[in-house]
Design a protein around this ligand. Structure first.
Ligand code: AMP
Ligand code: ZN
Length: 135
């Protein structure tokens, strides 16, 4: 339920400071201290799980619903046109805090956010081959 060494468990418990913007029985949303854009929030389940793969479905469902709520709030209150949701699962995927969280990142026309890959057509046989492994 709780990891005594976890930064976000401490934030959920109120033992470390945060700018909390929403909470309910299962989730908490607070401001990221290194915002990608103004209004960058993190949504976490109250219950500790290391990442997306380890989370209980109930906590994951609650977190995505809270992320949707905060994306709507960002559109309404900040007047942004778009919002990115981001989850990094595993150190290889950029995760640095190992308590499941969803980034809610409001988007502005002149912000610094960029796609982390360059879209280019793939080889159809390679796409089909990896699809077969994923079925
Ligand atoms: P990730 O790299 O996807 O695991 O995201 C971790 C996020 O937590 C980063 O965007 C950090 O800026 C943010 N972060 C780290 N420590 C704190 C903190 N004490 N309060 C708020 N956000 C934090
Ligand atoms: Zn935790």
């Amino acid at each position: 339920m709780r990891d005594p060494d976890c930064l976000f468990c401490k934030i959920v418990a109120g033992e470390l400071p945060s700018q909390r913007v929403y909470e309910d029985d299962l989730t908490v949303a607070f401001m990221d201290i290194n915002p990608a854009t103004p209004g960058h929030m993190l949504v976490v389940p109250r219950a500790h799980s290391e990442d997306l793969l380890a989370a209980e479905p109930r906590d994951l469902e609650a977190a995505i619903v809270t992320a949707q709520r905060q994306a709507r709030v960002a559109k309404e209150r900040l007047g942004v046109e778009g919002v990115n949701l981001l989850n990094s699962c595993g150190a290889a995927a950029w995760q640095t805090v190992f308590h499941l969280h969803i980034h809610v990142i409001p988007r502005y026309p002149d912000d610094q956010m960029r796609l982390p890959w360059t879209p280019a057509p793939g080889q159809l046989d390679e796409i089909a081959a990896v699809a077969a492994r994923l079925r």
